[in-house]
Write a protein that binds this ligand. Structure first.
Ligand code: PLP
Length: 457
């Protein structure tokens, strides 16, 4: 039976069954997940696809984590809403040891992925949001779902999309003039999509600016461990501990995105108590707790013994090597692209080919991403998914799906990735490409195909 046309329209607030809440009606599927599904469909149809469209850390889980998860399989009880006490303590100690942050177990919140924890925080904190452009695909939708207005903070591609306190100040004034009440600044270092990181002086200036304005910083540091080595990770919490919330998780450094384990470290002050209580109520009504066995295994990860440290360091070196290698290839092909400092992303700008691309009907980043996928078999994400104006001809490239051949069996992929981890010790610690060249054929294919695309313009 076909559905009558009148019933196919969105049933926003309708009297009938299944009417949609206005807050969610029309909300698109998360851009990154949409691209990953499109790539899977192409591959299932036998179409060649160079997957630069999805950022997932792929390395095989370290043995101690597998063993601990197996041991914890019988832990079928709910965990406390804010997380197992041992895990919260381990995360606080980990942040103190690896990042020099003052964290307290009582103000660490654990949840099913940092994405969920970020949303709970946005929902619980007062005020509108200042959001640098470009920034990760989910911040703006989350803020809107939390009932907030989002005010962009401009960055300059010529300056590697650096965030400055001057532009922050301008954005704050503009937001207030527009009737907004911006009280929350979301930052992300290392950055998805640009791979940029705060220089220490910028982290300090941004933090001090926020303190002066009474703005809370939500500092998403989920890629902190994946600095490439030529720039140290510096959290704004170092300079503004009483007003900065740091988030992170298992997805990137420990290659365990599907474990859905994230955290937030709130300021270790009495003033955090009410916020912790608010998030606890929200979490208790929505997810109850992150999965208990996963939390138990995560406690081993954040205890961060030598095995864990070596695994994270090796992973970081491979990400650095791959990103630097693609960066060199892009620059050699004549593409402008900020040098990545962390994570596994690059953010090239194809604006110099605007006229040639326009002749092919490509005038926006979304059209450019479609063109690259359909004509060149290259999956990317358009800048517009990261909050940029449609006509900004930038793309986000993720290297992390190109370390092992997509066509290999999971067992063979694991063997390839384990071999890379073993070779990572020979890579330079400063992210320079050096003389050691890992065998990364899929990455080389991506570089060659991007160069061929540019040469054809
Ligand atoms: N923040 C950024 C910038 C990300 O890129 C991602 C994942 O893609 C997340 C947060 C979400 O991480 P999690 O898996 O902890 O929810």
């Amino acid at each position: 039976m076909t559905v009558p046309e009148t019933h196919q329209r969105m049933r926003v607030d309708s009297d009938g069954p299944l009417g949609l809440n206005r807050a969610v009606a029309g909300a698109p599927v998360s851009a990154t997940l949409r691209m990953n599904e499109a790539v899977a469909a192409r591959r299932a149809a036998g179409q060649r696809t160079i997957h630069l469209g999805f950022g997932e850390a792929p390395f095989p889980l370290p043995m101690p984590l597998r063993e601990e998860l197996a041991r914890a399989a019988t832990r079928t009880e709910y965990a406390p809403v804010l997380g197992l006490p041992g895990l919260r303590a381990a995360i606080a100690a980990y942040l103190a040891r690896t990042r020099g942050l003052t964290a307290s177990p009582t103000t660490v919140i654990v949840g099913p992925g940092s994405k969920a924890v970020l949303y709970a925080l946005m929902r619980s904190l007062a005020g509108d949001v200042l959001l640098p452009t470009p920034s990760w695909v989910s911040y703006a939708p989350q803020a809107r779902l939390a009932g907030k207005r989002v005010y962009p903070v401009a960055t300059d591609p010529a300056d590697g999309h650096r965030l400055t306190h001057e532009t922050l100040d301008a954005a704050l004034r503009a937001a207030r003039e527009a009737g907004g009440d911006p009280r929350l600044l979301v930052v992300n270092t290392p950055s998805n999509p640009t791979g940029g990181m705060f220089a220490a002086a910028d982290a300090e200036q941004i933090a001090l600016w926020a303190r002066g304005e009474g703005v809370t910083i939500l500092s998403d540091e989920v890629y902190a461990e994946l600095a490439h080595g030529w720039r140290a990770h510096v959290s704004p919490a170092r300079f503004y501990p009483e007003g900065t919330i740091v988030t992170g998780g298992m997805s990137k450094a420990f290659s365990a995105g599907g474990w859905r384990l994230g955290y937030a470290a709130l300021p270790a002050t009495a003033a955090s108590e009410e916020l912790v209580a608010a998030v606890r109520s929200l979490a208790g009504e929505i997810w109850s707790s992150a999965a208990t066995p996963i939390q138990q295994a995560a406690t081993v990860a954040f205890a961060f013994d030598d095995t864990m440290e070596r695994f994270v360091l090796r992973s970081a070196r491979i990400h650095a090597h791959a990103a630097a290698r693609l960066h060199v290839a892009l620059v050699e092909a004549g593409v402008r692209c900020p040098q990545p400092a962390g994570a596994f992303y690059l953010y090239p700008d194809f604006a110099p080919w605007r006229d040639q691309l326009a002749k092919r009907g490509v005038t926006t980043s979304a059209e450019l991403a479609d063109h690259l996928l359909t004509e060149w078999d290259i999956a990317t994400l358009p800048a517009s998914d990261f909050g940029e104006a449609p006509e900004a001809l930038r793309l986000r490239l993720a290297t992390s799906m190109l370390y092992a051949p997509a066509s290999a069996t999971p067992t063979d992929q694991e063997a390839v990735l384990n071999r890379l981890l073993e070779q990572a010790d020979d890579l330079p610690a400063d992210g320079a490409s050096g003389t050691t060249q890992l065998a990364l054929p899929a990455l080389d294919e991506a570089a060659a195909q991007l160069a061929a695309f540019v040469a054809a313009q």
